[in-house]
Design a protein around this ligand. Sequence first.
Ligand code: NAD
Ligand code: UGA
Length: 466
Amino acid sequence: MQKRITIIGTGYVGLVTGVCLASRGHYVQCVDVLPERVEAIMDHRAPFYEPRLAELLAAERASGRLTATTKLDEAVVGSEITFIAVGTPEGPSGVELSAVCAAARQAGAAIGRAPGYHLVAMKSTVLPGTTETVVRDLLEASSGKRVGEFGLCMNPEFLREGSAIEDFLTPDRIVIGQWDERSGQTLAEVYQPFDCPKIFTTLANAEMTKYASNALLATLISFSNEIAMLCEATPHTDVGSVLQSVKLDRRLSPVVGGHLITPGILSFLWAGCGFGGSCLPKDVNALRAFARQRNLSPHLLDAVIKINAARPAALVRLVETAVGSLRGARIAVLGLAFKAGTDDLRDSSALSAIRLLSEHGALVTAYDSVVKAFPRGLEFDDLARICATPEETLRGADAVVVTMDSPEFSAWDWRRLCALMRQPIVVDGRNSLSKAAHQAGMHYITIGRMQEAEKPVSAIGLRSLA
Ligand code: NAD
Ligand code: UGA
């Protein structure tokens, strides 16, 4: 059944939701306070990089099912369902809710004037209890209606940047936190074209599910990095080999019908230079704050954050050990965004590593196939520059540091690129370049393995066993 839908916020979640719901036949109006975003969408252009977004957006603009506006009031009055998908950055009490509150207040005022039943669905990640208290209160106060006269849902989003369109169009589950059955059923009609388990639950369960999911991913990464730290101090161990064997436990990788199944979550059992992005760090921090407000001690989450915060420095230490001194050294950094396939620099481990390298006096050249400029106001501007090509990035470098797991880097002709470097040292912060680096005969340093110079003499003698 086609619905008229408003989506407030045209960031990664809002715009992807809008474009994908339009592609499934709904009529969608995207709303943003930023006129340049709205203009871009109206002009058939994606306002940020996300694979497949530009094509799908252009197709849906052409179909007439997708429009954009800054006029929130008109959009809500003219629709049946409103999604709130504005940002929820970190704040002193866990989550900064000013954008959510502004959106709820304005949506409520419009619902007060709108004829008929209107459903509001929260897509923004908010702490358990927020939809049922803060959002509901604002909607009721500004509409003059009681919840029940309008519907209320909490519908967390699980998409990943870099594969957001695919994740949205083929979800593994849709969680529908509902105020009442009518709210949930109305939202279920929007998702009718999506074939996956739909979980109807309480508003607070939906909110908690989102935090639990991200906290689990972050925990697996920090667990892997803790094992990496132990391996770095233990001769003849290698975190890659250890975790590979751990994953083959049939309780993690079952054999079904004679085929080994490798669940996607196991890709998070992988050591590296730490997790970043707009959500994992902020959501784990928010959950810690939530626990503390309840006089609880979130020991595990504290450790997850602490381990992660130490990863860029651990990577930079490996570089320093490899090149001797960082002062005046030319270091090439591969990858700027928090992961491959996005231009999102929020909480990027690469930026943290570049900041540390610059503080130690290194001169950094960086390459990212999507990001072509540092965000304004970065203090290492004069010590680090972004290059347009791999050749420009690597020419004269004392070492290259990999901060992003990108297939592009493995496909490069490393023999030719090595010849441009002052010394062919690669420090792999994602443990992803091993084959290419070995083929090119580079001095290859990875996370989670004791460095040659640090090994006891007897251990180096037994190298073939490691
Ligand atoms: P974003 O920062 O990319 O975009 C938010 C948009 O909302 C911006 O364009 C901003 O201008 C707009 N906005 C703010 N206040 C507004 C208002 N009052 N009216 C209209 N527009 C307004 O955010 P995002 O990354 O899309 O994240 C949105 C929410 O979804 C967050 O709660 C986030 O935690 C959650 N989330 C994000 C992802 C992700 O991969 N980015 C995945 C799942 C969930
Ligand atoms: C993550 C979740 O995967 C999504 O389900 C969720 O919707 C989203 O957060 C969100 O709430 O915003 P995303 O941040 O886009 O998605 O990216 P991930 O692929 O999960 O990677 C997060 C970070 O972990 C990246 O910095 C990545 O490089 C790092 N990572 C990932 C590792 O360090 N090791 C790994 O093994 C995997």
